[in-house]
Design a protein. Sequence first.
Length: 99
Amino acid sequence: MVFKPGSQLDLRYSMGFRNVDRYCVAPVAMSNSTNGELQTMANYDFWAVGLNCCHGEARDFHCGDFSNPHAHAGLRLMKDNLRPFFRLAVQQAEAAYNI
C-alpha cells in the first residue's frame, strides 16, 4: 500500500499493548501542506504496527522505518493470529487520546 505524499506516522498517538509480546501501533496521518504540521484527523483508518519495538508508554514507537521521511508505503498484516492484539493496541490508543 502506497500513501499520498505528506503522509507520515503521528507518533503523538502511538501506543503499545502487552500480552507476552509488545504490540506497537502508530496512526498514519497527513501533514498540513502549508506548514508541514500534522493534522488532527477525525478518524485514523491506517495504523503502522510492529512487534516488540516500543516500551508501551505513550509516544514510544520505534518500529521499522518509522523515522525515514522517504518511507511512504507499507504491507498489510497477514498474520491473523496477531491481528486481535494489534487491534487492542489501537483501541487503547483511541481511548487514551480520545481519537
